[in-house]
Design a protein around this ligand. Structure first.
Ligand code: GN1
Ligand code: MG
Length: 370
């Protein structure tokens, strides 16, 4: 179906004047649509939910409906009380002209339209300590927003998501394929990465065991809080919203904490090819933690705090493993533009993991001061 016919099925006022690819997510297809009439302009985001990643796109939309309903109510109550130092935002689902949350096209693809957070941007890499602090505050505030949601209202959006032992098992199965054997046999770099994984198999269980023991418990988490999913207000420079709500579900908030830090404390970004530029920046980490604790510190238990370092080490390992497994499997999950891209993304994450390990003492010290 023509994209403009599709977007026009949603209830947006005005005439469609522009429709163009938008953002750089690795999973969904995203477009910006601009509508205008004589006096005003409305910008909305059109997205196709990736069916090969999310087994049930309708579940994603039902979850998004629940999450946004809960948070919008809480946001407007807080705003009325004048609780905050800023206007916190969250995208809203725009319904179709028939009152539905999404459209299914003739191929069975699920499309949605959500509001764009205006006069705000997300960055692909941290811009400095002030930005990192705002990212921390925005994630902390998000955890506060979803903290009293009923987890039973949310269905599992992506079975196996952030279960590191499951990624390790998938990696082991991939190693048995001809393609993986050929790639490992012909590339020194691939061999080096496989060795890196072998040396850290035990790490995969760091958080899973603590959860099984009852030391850590699931709460509502975001699932994908990387720096380019955190919107910063253009005018004030303050964080204003978390976007990309597809994976919001019950999970360990440690996964968010570690995932945000692996993204924010690597100013070289996920696509850097010069590994010597990939380092875990402790100043950015300190700033992020300060912002996060301001908003969420009150509900962290001692056990939660005890596992923060493990989460910072685990998440780059996990993402590197996911990228590397996808490279060996023929790049079927993460969007790529070149065949070696997932290999390089894995190199970056593993280098970052090493950089965290090398700074363990001082990262633990800075976390102890929070
Ligand atoms: C994917 O779609 P995007 O780019 O926001 C992935 C995250 C990874 C991220 C790495 C559902 O997120 O888990 O951390 O790529 N999302 C999913 O860039 O797998
Ligand atoms: Mg995402």
């Amino acid at each position: 179906m023509d994209l403009s016919i599709l977007v026009n099925k949603f209830n947006v006022k005005g005439r469609l004047v522009a429709l163009q690819p938008f953002g750089n997510g690795n999973i969904n297809d995203t477009f910006l649509a601009i509508y205008r009439n004589t006096f005003t302009e409305t910008q909305v985001v059109l997205q196709r939910v990736n069916r090969s990643v999310f087994p049930h796109p309708e579940v994603i939309m039902e979850n998004m409906h629940e999450v946004t309903r809960h948070c919008h109510e809480k946001l407007s109550a807080d705003a009325q009380e004048g609780r905050d130092d800023r206007v916190w935002q969250m995208p809203r689902i725009i319904k179709t002209k028939e009152g539905r949350d999404y459209v299914t096209d003739e191929k069975g693809e699920v499309w949605r339209v959500i509001t764009r957070i205006m006069s705000a941007h997300a960055f692909d890499v941290a811009q400095g300590p002030e930005h990192a602090l705002e990212c921390g505050a925005t994630l902390g505030h998000f955890h506060y927003l979803v903290s009293d949601m009923n987890p039973a209202a949310i269905r599992d959006p992506l079975p196996g998501f952030h279960i590191t032992s499951g990624y390790l098992a998938a990696y082991d199965r991939t190693l048995e394929t001809h393609r993986a054997k050929d790639l490992l046999g012909s590339s020194m770099e691939a061999k080096r990465l496989s060795k890196f994984i072998e040396e850290r198999r035990g790490l995969a269980l760091a958080l899973e065991t603590a959860e099984k023991n009852g030391e850590l418990r699931k709460r509502m988490f975001h699932g994908d809080p990387k720096v380019n999913n955190i919107m910063i207000d253009d005018v004030t420079g303050k964080g204003t919203a978390m976007i990309d709500l597809d994976t919001v579900s019950p999970g360990l908030i440690h996964l968010d904490f570690g995932d945000a830090l692996r993204s924010i404390c690597n100013p070289a970004g996920e696509e850097e090819t010069n590994l010597s530029k990939v380092v875990f920046d402790e100043d950015l980490c300190t700033a992020f933690c300060k912002g996060y604790m301001k908003e969420a510190g009150a509900f962290l238990t001692d056990a939660d705090r005890a596992y923060l370092y493990d989460s910072i080490r685990l998440l780059p390992f996990e993402l590197g493993l996911r990228f590397f497994q996808d490279y060996l499997a023929g790049n079927v999950y993460f969007r790529t533009t070149q065949p070696e891209q997932n290999l390089n993304r894995a190199r970056v994450q593993f280098r970052l993991c090493e950089s965290v390990e090398a700074r363990e003492r001082s990262i633990r010290d800075l976390l102890a001061k929070l």
